[in-house]
Design a protein around this ligand. Structure first.
Ligand code: HEC
Ligand code: HEC
Length: 217
């Protein structure tokens, strides 16, 4: 077991050190709108575009919350279903306990029909807290603005994370006939910033009276 973990860490290191080159994130910038320049309504409009991205299968199929099962969808499938071949990410989120994701998901998209996609980062499921699959706009919004569940990030840190996190850049270059997520990475980062400056409003705030118990003033 120890050696499995060692090999796994080693391969993580190798993939990560390749991650710097040719990332679409290299071309992005953090545009901070002036404080007070974005209305709540404009913030909500930005949020609805952020939701289109985060709920899209190219993002949500890895952001499956508590489940250890990645999801499959796209042109070859009539509906979204559990990843085939009994894949289980385990507590490691990368299949150390069963079969490593990187066994099939290498550093680039496979050209083969139904081949496994890949990117220059270790393929794995997103953290449990970033639970987006099948979740509503309100649920994803409340998770993303909650420091306890968003990796303790400000909205600026979320946006800059998006620019640097190579694994998610795959969603803009998913390979095969897969549909990429809507909007560009830059537009997605800009929307996060607009939503943030507007005070991170969520669609149900008036009714729910901030029922997630966090204050955003
Ligand atoms: C035995 C090989 C294999 C392993 C191991 C494997 N996958 Fe896959 N995966 C595939 C193949 C093949 C596809 C492409 C299926 C298709 O599009 O027809 C795929 C596709 C995916 C997709 C894209 C789904 C979509 O519609 O956007 C995700 C996400 C994914 N796998 C996650 C994982 C994760 C996470 C792990 C590890 C826990 C993992 N896979 C382990 C073979 C594998
Ligand atoms: C191949 C699986 C995979 C896909 C596809 C994916 N993510 Fe992730 N995501 C991860 C992993 C793994 C992490 C945690 C590691 C990290 O932050 O680098 C993560 C973390 C995040 C975080 C930090 C959230 C937090 O609460 O910690 C954000 C934001 C995020 N992803 C956004 C996205 C967006 C937007 C998309 C689609 C454009 C996407 N991800 C697609 C695997 C994925």
């Amino acid at each position: 077991m120890k050696s499995v973990i060692k090999t796994c860490l080693l391969s993580l290191f190798i993939v990560n050190s390749m991650a710097a080159e040719n990332s679409i994130g290299d071309k992005t910038v953090l545009n901070e709108p002036e404080a007070g320049s974005v209305s709540t309504q404009q913030g909500l409009d930005s949020w609805s575009r952020v939701y289109e991205v985060t709920s899209h299968p190219r993002c949500a199929n890895c952001h499956v919350g508590n489940s250890p099962y990645p999801m499959w969808s796209g042109p070859s499938f009539t509906k979204t279903q559990r990843h085939g071949m009994n894949i289980n990410a385990g507590a490691s989120r990368m299949g150390v306990e069963y079969i490593m994701c990187s066994t099939c998901h290498t550093g680039s998209n496979s050209e083969a029909d139904h081949g496994a996609p890949g990117v220059k980062d270790a393929w794995r499921l997103a953290p449990v807290e970033a639970d987006w699959f099948g979740k509503s706009s309100v649920e994803i919004c409340q998770q993303l603005r909650d420091p306890k569940r968003n990796g303790n990030r400000t909205y600026q840190e979320i946006a800059s994370h998006l620019g640097h996190d190579v694994i998610l850049h795959w969603a803009w270059n998913p390979g095969g006939e897969r549909e990429p997520v809507p909007y560009s990475l830059q537009e997605h980062m800009d929307d996060i910033m607009l939503w943030g400056v507007a005070g991170m409003p969520c669609p149900d705030d008036i009714n729910s009276n901030l029922n997630d118990g966090v204050s955003y003033e």
